[in-house]
Write a new protein. Structure first.
Length: 270
């Protein structure tokens, strides 16, 4: 399983969250503590919003802990909203096209988990992707297929509705194919303004997901400091330090909506 983090709030240098904390995402790429797969070395990706409508992307196939370009870029890029992802493949090849995040227009998406028995249902799922979007199918992952299918279900105008429709479609295809493997996912989606995160499975065993909030976030030593107030939100696969008080576990089957530092959590009923 992969590890990821999503940040929204006052602009900060990406290195502060990616490298500096004691359990940084880069450390998790080598030794994750809350995942069934401790090493996430099948590529990485960084996506961020700057002055343009469309987010920037930097993805590569090297392990995140072994890429000097990632370190150099993260020292220089400051952003008010960014995604970072380290990948552990569930069976597809290690290629740049298979690394997260994925983008379409102003939308950005990343994912951890798997569509159970994807090799059985891949053809059926890909056939449901609308023809105008199928040309954007550059990789082979179930994650990219999910994103394109969600775009076809109206992700650009109704993120929650599109996610529900897409999960329902995939569960129906899995049931029809007799897939005996579970559907697991945590995912982050944004339009550059509002951040959504989903934790869902069909067997109540979703990958872990946490969030923390404050007026701003910084790093003191190797621990995070959240200033009192509202403005910054951090959603991630596992905490970046041992400060138990600031991290809240997102319950199974829930959708998170964060905007301007305010967080809403609702039941994700499919």
């Amino acid at each position: 399983m992969c590890r990821w983090l999503a940040y929204s709030g006052p602009s900060l240098v990406i290195e502060d969250l990616l490298f500096k904390p004691r359990n940084s995402l880069i450390r998790q790429s080598l030794s994750a503590s809350r995942s069934i797969v401790p090493t996430n070395g099948d590529g990485f990706g960084l996506g961020w919003y700057g002055d343009n409508f469309r987010p920037g992307l930097f993805r590569d196939t090297l392990p995140a802990w072994n890429d000097s370009n990632l370190r150099s870029l993260s020292e220089q890029i400051a952003s008010r909203l960014f995604f970072a992802h380290v990948r552990a493949s569930t069976g597809t090849s290690t290629s740049r096209e298979n690394c997260h995040p994925f983008r379409h227009g102003n939308l950005m998406f990343m994912h951890n988990g798997a569509i159970g028995g994807f090799h059985q249902v891949r053809r059926d799922i890909e056939q449901m992707i609308p023809a105008p979007l199928y040309g954007d199918r550059l990789g082979t992952t179930d994650s990219e297929a999910f994103f394109l299918l969600a775009l076809g279900n109206g992700l650009a105008s109704d993120i929650e509705g599109a996610l529900k429709a897409t999960v329902a479609q995939i569960l129906e295809v899995m049931a029809r194919a007799g897939s005996g493997e579970p559907f697991h996912m945590t995912a982050a989606i944004t339009d550059g303004e509002t951040l959504y995160a989903l934790r869902y499975s069909n067997d109540s065993c979703s990958p872990t997901l946490y969030y923390a909030t404050g007026a701003a976030v910084g790093v003191a030593g190797r621990d995070l400091e959240f200033q009192p107030g509202c403005g910054a939100v951090l959603v991630l696969s596992e905490p970046l330090d041992d400060s138990v008080g600031c991290w809240t576990a997102i319950p199974e089957g829930c959708l998170v909506r964060a905007r301007a530092g305010a967080v809403e959590i609702s039941d994700f009923g499919v």
